[in-house]
Ligand binder design. Structure first.
Ligand code: G6P
Length: 367
């Protein structure tokens, strides 16, 4: 009803716009009152007990795991293996001792994720879940269940659950890094402060909506769209493509920018928009050269970046979205918003059913 959606046309729109407040709330629930340290109340996690982490999930929750792999490995120096639950459960993988098994699920009821959890039950050292529904089956069957505090999510395409999953995973990364002696308390406080800047930056990113919606008029006429990203932005490219195909029914693919030459470059011509998600991090220059390879073949580049002087540096770029500047560590959380908004406005331009896309279910509780 109108009331439940507030003044939004769709639940997805309402849920995208809730992100600054739910993310701030989620972060608050995982920090000490002074905001200087990660604190997970009532949960006694000791990361010196683990040699590796296995993360299993489906859909957008799997892509949250994919981002977390970069964080855990870079910041906590802990190897992480990620896999979609439907493959994991039937492969019967050996689970090494001292493994932390992590299951990420908004609903906490996804059948494949639950089956994967049950497979790990007597094999992993600890079973940790990251869920939105604390009473769910996955939460109940875990040793520890960390709520993401996103509030009820109704739109089939997950939005605020994704950014809250990332927020909790970032906090757990910092806890692991501190316990393993990889960061000191100053660095922990600094990275938490960076996380604390994201809700405000999200407000600024949401303000790009009119600009995004005008770009989407063009995107809605494409039949294929590529998303490129490097490092922790690679999973964001996958998420941008997933969102877009789910709700606009336009074929989209996410690729690691460095793989461009190994396949997708063959698809590029003037009819294929290429969305490049490239915050100014250590890999920015490499993304720029990938972008030039696309443009040299007539591809229409949409650059999403916080780079200074985007306009002057962007000769030949089709469109650009100037993002607020944030620390590279937290960029994957912020860049989820333009990815969602592109999908949303492309879909509404086409007139598809954004909240209930054809053939998809909010929670896949059967195989
Ligand atoms: C479905 C939904 C996705 C969601 C996925 C996993 O495919 O459409 O939005 O990411 O299931 O759901 P879960 O509840 O386990 O996070």
């Amino acid at each position: 009803s109108f009331a439940e959606k507030g003044n939004h046309k769709h639940f997805m729109a309402k849920e995208m716009h809730e992100q600054p407040s739910v993310m701030a709330y989620a972060l608050n629930n995982y920090t000490t009152p002074d905001g200087l340290k990660v604190e997970i109340s009532g949960v006694d996690l000791d990361f010196t007990r683990y040699d590796r982490v296995t993360m299993v999930a489906c859909g957008t929750a799997y892509l949250a795991a994919h981002v977390a792999k970069y964080w855990f490995e870079q910041v906590a120096r802990l190897p992480v293996e990620i896999e979609v639950a439907s493959e994991f459960r039937y492969r019967e993988p050996p689970i090494a001792p001292r493994t932390l098994a992590v299951f990420i699920s908004q609903s906490g009821e996804t059948a494949d994720t639950l089956a994967a959890l049950r497979y790990c039950r007597d094999k992993a050292e600890t079973i940790l879940s990251i869920i939105n529904v604390p009473t769910s089956t996955i939460a109940r069957e875990s040793d520890h269940a960390l709520p993401i505090f996103a509030g009820v999510e109704i739109g089939v395409a997950s939005t605020k659950a994704f950014t809250c999953q990332l927020t909790v995973l970032a906090a757990v990364t910092l806890l692991a890094a501190r316990q393993r002696g990889e960061i000191d308390s100053d660095r922990e406080a600094e990275l938490l402060a960076q996380l604390g800047t994201v809700p405000g930056a999200m407000v600024d990113a949401l303000a790009l909506e009119p600009q995004i919606s005008s770009i989407c008029w063009d995107l809605s006429k494409a039949s294929d769209i590529l998303f490129l990203g490097r490092g922790a932005m690679y999973p964001l490219a996958l998420e941008g493509a997933l969102k877009l195909k789910e709700i606009s029914y336009i074929h989209a693919e996410g690729y690691a920018s460095g793989e461009l030459k190994h396949g997708p470059i063959a698809l590029i011509d003037e009819t294929v928009p290429v969305v490049v998600m490239a915050p100014t991090d250590a890999l920015f220059e490499k993304s720029v050269s990938n972008m030039q390879e696309v443009m040299a073949r007539g591809g229409k580049v949409l650059l999403i970046s916080d780079a200074e002087g985007l306009a002057s540096a962007s000769d030949g770029i089709w469109k650009s979205l100037r993002m607020p500047k944030v620390d590279p560590f937290v960029a994957p959380i912020l860049y989820a918003l333009p990815a969602q908004l592109l999908a949303y406005h492309t879909a509404t331009t086409k007139g598809t059913d954004v909240d209930q896309p054809r053939n998809l279910a909010k929670s896949v509780t059967v195989e």
